[in-house]
Design a protein around this ligand. Sequence first.
Ligand SMILES: *[C@@H]1O[C@H](CO)[C@@H](O)[C@H](O)[C@H]1NC(C)=O
Ligand SMILES: *[C@@H]1O[C@H](CO)[C@@H](O)[C@H](O)[C@H]1NC(C)=O
Length: 396
Amino acid sequence: MLGPLPFSLWHLSLFRMAVAPPSYCFVAFPPRAKDGLVVFGKNSARPRDEVQEVVYFSAADHEPESKVECTYISINQVPRTHAIVISRPAWLWGAEMGANEHGVCIANEAINAREPAAETEALLGMDLVRLGLERGATAKEALDVIVALLEEHGQGGNYYEDANSCHSFQSAFLIVDREEAWVLETVGKYWAAEKITEGVKCICNQLSLTTKIDAEHPELRSYAQSQGWWTGEDEFNFSEVFSPADDHLTCCSGRDTLEKQEESITVQTMIDVLRDKASGVCVDSESFLTTASVVSVLPQNGSSPCIHYFTGTPDPSRSIFKPFIFVNDVKLVPKAQSPCFGDDDPAKKEPRFQEKPDRRHELYKAHEWARAVLESDELVCFQKPRLPRPSLECWW
Ligand SMILES: *[C@@H]1O[C@H](CO)[C@@H](O)[C@H](O)[C@H]1NC(C)=O
Ligand SMILES: *[C@@H]1O[C@H](CO)[C@@H](O)[C@H](O)[C@H]1NC(C)=O
């Protein structure tokens, strides 16, 4: 395709076609996932020395006509943003992945498409992750938010903190809630999306949607036709039409691991997949490293809270997945302490130890409960009553 171009343009195109980092994200629904659970996981592959941080933002009300400063551009704020927890490269506004208080999880993938991504500064795919979480109370709402912002502001700008060259990419998203997931793939302002409610889905740094498209940009097909990428007669196959010529749908090795899994998929299965270097899902190459990871478990029964396990550190095979749960009325209170029994404490009275009081402090209880989720093969752990509001400090 580039053959006939004069040398200088060909050269320029090579520069612009940075290789998208091989990040992976997954979602598993029952019956492949354990009964009643949706399990979501994402490894973020980024430049090796980039630091990622886990940050919580409370829900907030905003003044009419206020603006929000994203990574490169400022856009209109909405009246209210949801509480979110995100894992993000420390230099930018958006996020590689995260969750909101309504049990919506979003992950972003940088992808290469037939058309190079714009270098002009606009929204980054990572900004759209955060905007979707702040503004969408369901997966479908977050999808609508993202595609509307994409249409209005476009995507573009440097994905890396690099003064020497601009690495710009198109974006794909996995947007998940307790009931359904949407795979959203975008090329400039054009997009297509597929709804998923069962089985396992993986996305990586290539386009993956084919002929099952459940929502799309109204001019997607006419645009493809105007570019000479689709005849209008063949069946419309999104990856075939929009992928670079040499790209084949090969990258989701992790999905094979998940699909071969005989037992049902749990949080632990997802963590094991993300930690696996042999399959390439855990990236540790010359340029890229898995710099942060998350696994979220979303009970389909809305009366149980969602739990989000973040590493916040590079290399999941050498990291701990730490649980986070959204709670109401979060206040930063002093660290939880053991309940105080004073002089009545059976350990202080003789004869000693006539009773054994419940000494579990809030952090202990929260961990006990999160551990049960990791280990249990049954749903029983979700039938426990709601946690008595652990403070945010308990978790971090
Ligand atoms: C869509 O195109 C891709 C890439 O060429 C191909 O691998 C896949 O089999 C096609 N899918 C369908 C359903 O035609
Ligand atoms: C959801 O969980 C609650 C609390 O354990 C239980 O009472 C309720 O029956 C469950 N609902 C469904 C639809 O399973």
